[in-house]
Design a binder for this molecule. Structure first.
Ligand code: FES
Length: 182
């Protein structure tokens, strides 16, 4: 009885020790496993954030937009308006753009932005008898050659759209500084 009681006491005494050892082992494995998991999860979480949150995404070069049939383009600049789908953070919009499209003396189609490089008014082709066959800005009198070269008032040539010809159509891409004039 005394032995049984001793054993009982013994077994009672052993159990907590056993449980304490297990829990320490478990604690270590959870802690280390948890830390490892957290460290492994950090790059995954940041990748996930970039894939979900558009504000954190890098902006890509704008897509090309189909604007006009290639056969409609001559050496005389023509104005075309087109919409472009844009995503800025969570905000999506379809602003309208305009381009003056013509065929250059090299036979290549090019497109100029109508935004005057002086203060941003809109230029027109051949609309001032004083400056025939030129782009003219009504705001302060800037005028440009057919290739967009600035002749007066404006400090820079008209910007150019990136152009792509595919299956007989002219596609316009992002605007860039003029490459036609020196
Ligand atoms: S904005 Fe065109 S001349 Fe000033």
């Amino acid at each position: 009885m005394a032995d049984e009681m001793n054993q009982g006491i013994h077994s009672h005494e052993e159990k907590p020790i056993h449980r304490r050892e297990m829990s320490r082992r478990q604690f270590l494995s959870y802690t280390l496993g948890g830390t490892g998991g957290f460290l492994a999860g950090v790059p995954l979480m940041s990748m996930l954030r970039f894939s979900v949150d558009p504000i954190l995404q890098k902006k890509t070069a704008g897509d090309f937009v189909k604007v006009v049939e290639e056969t409609q383009i001559t050496s005389e600049p023509k104005s075309f308006k087109f919409q472009k789908h844009q995503v800025d953070g969570w905000y999506e919009s379809d602003p309208e753009f305009e381009a003056w499209v013509a065929k250059g003396s090299d036979g290549k189609i090019f497109a100029l932005s109508p935004v005057c490089k002086h203060l941003g008014c809109t230029v027109n082709w051949n609309n001032n008898p004083q400056y025939p066959n030129q782009y003219f800005c009504p705001c302060h009198g800037a005028h440009y050659t057919i290739d967009g070269k600035n002749l007066a008032v404006a400090p820079l040539p008209l910007d150019e759209y990136q152009v792509k010809i595919e299956n007989g159509f002219v596609y316009l891409g992002p605007v860039e500084p003029n490459t036609r004039v020196k």
